[in-house]
Design a protein around this ligand. Structure first.
Ligand code: PLP
Length: 364
């Protein structure tokens, strides 16, 4: 079976098998990782190793903190303005779909000054706005964007480095929930990067946040301590009990990326081949289509529709019978969506492409 779920998504089989082997008795210690105190030497070693491996994969510079939090990416929608706008200024936002819109509306709901710096709404979220079209406000404290919109299948093909009208560089804040670790990237381009774990990192319940040191200490003073990046950083993400088991599993995923895949450049090449195969199949056929501008087509989430929507149901049923799971599009858009995260092997895409050709021949 192959799992094309958008999230929580497939995990590498090798990781699940290792976790199973260690589930009851972690390396002969006589207990499960789930049962360990988060302050114990055993767990602290697991946590530190996971962070070190993550830093090595992404070349995270020394002057960034890596936080292992709970609450999902959605909680960051609230924590970001609380931490970055505590001393005034406004959040600037690029809108390229549903997740970016939620980030903006959460900041607004909390009463922070917000400004829409660019939007792909006029083109129906089929192409990201160009760098030269962005309008940055005078008081911009950061520019937030979603590097990959998971539902629309729209991915940025550039990093939107911007300055305020007075020439001051604006820190970039990026929601990388659905494409982090899919390729090498320059962490130093960003002020804050965050991602819910349940796509390319590990199981749901863990959220990774990277914050540049100079952005700590700008929080509004009356926010809960659990929301304060500085307090979380000082406590090594252990202000309270962290999601220990998810943290451990994320560590296994990082080791898999390094040892089994060979790092992020190798992962990038595999992901490119997977995406090329599926988009190639869609483009060769008149029966399948995807509306996104080629340069912005997501490599992680590939939405597509059938020429005859009446066949959607039978497509999904037959795909499921063929072991191709979770291809239904998001409830807000319909159609199909194949998520090709890191743990989805190339053979899964081959099987999907073969199934699509066969389905078209029989039913198209
Ligand atoms: N941002 C993006 C790009 C997402 O894909 C998702 C979830 O799927 C979220 C945010 C929300 O994540 P969470 O459910 O962890 O709050």
């Amino acid at each position: 079976h192959y799992n094309f779920c958008a999230g929580p998504a497939a995990l590498p089989v090798a990781v699940l098998e290792r976790a199973r082997n260690e589930l009851v008795d972690y390396q002969g210690r006589g207990l499960s990782v789930m049962e360990m105190s988060h302050r114990s030497d055993e767990f602290v070693a697991i946590a530190e190793q996971a962070e070190a491996d993550f830093r090595a994969l992404l070349n995270v510079p020394e002057h960034y903190r890596v936080l292992f939090l709970q609450g999902g990416a959605s909680m960051q929608f609230a924590m970001l303005p609380m931490n970055l706008l505590g001393q005034g200024g406004s959040g600037n936002f690029i809108q390229t779909g549903i997740w970016g819109k939620k980030a903006l509306s959460e900041a607004r709901r909390l009463g922070y000054a917000c400004h829409v710096a660019g939007s792909s709404e006029p083109n129906g979220h089929t192409a990201v706005p160009g760098l030269d079209t962005l309008d940055i406000s005078r008081d911009a404290a950061y520019l937030h964007y979603t590097s990959n919109e998971t539902i629309g299948g729209l991915e940025f093909d550039y990093v939107p480095h911007v300055s305020r009208p007075d020439g001051k560089q604006v820190p970039l804040v990026c929601d990388m929930s659905s494409n982090i670790l899919s390729k090498p990237m320059r962490v130093e381009d960003f002020g804050v990067i965050y991602a819910g774990a349940q796509k390319n990192i590990g199981p749901a319940g863990l959220t990774l946040v990277m914050v540049r040191d100079d952005l700590l200490g700008r929080a509004q003073s009356d926010i809960p301590s659990l929301f304060d990046y500085q307090q979380l950083a000082e406590a090594g993400s252990m202000v309270n009990t962290p999601p220990t088991y998810a943290w451990y599993l994320a560590g296994l995923v990082f080791q898999w990326l390094r040892d089994d895949i060979g790092g992020l450049e190798a992962m990038d090449a595999i992901n490119q081949r997977k995406a090329d195969k599926l988009y190639g199949a869609i483009d060769r056929s008149d029966f399948y289509s995807n509306p996104i501008a080629k340069a912005n087509r997501s490599r992680m989430n590939v939405p597509f529709v059938l020429a005859d929507a009446a066949l959607d149901k039978v497509f999904l049923e037959e795909a499921d019978q063929a072991g191709l799971l979770n291809l239904k599009g998001h409830r807000s858009v319909g159609g199909m969506r194949a998520s090709l995260y890191n743990a989805v092997p190339e053979e899964a895409v081959d099987a999907l492409v073969a199934f699509m050709a066969d389905f078209e021949q029989r039913r198209g």
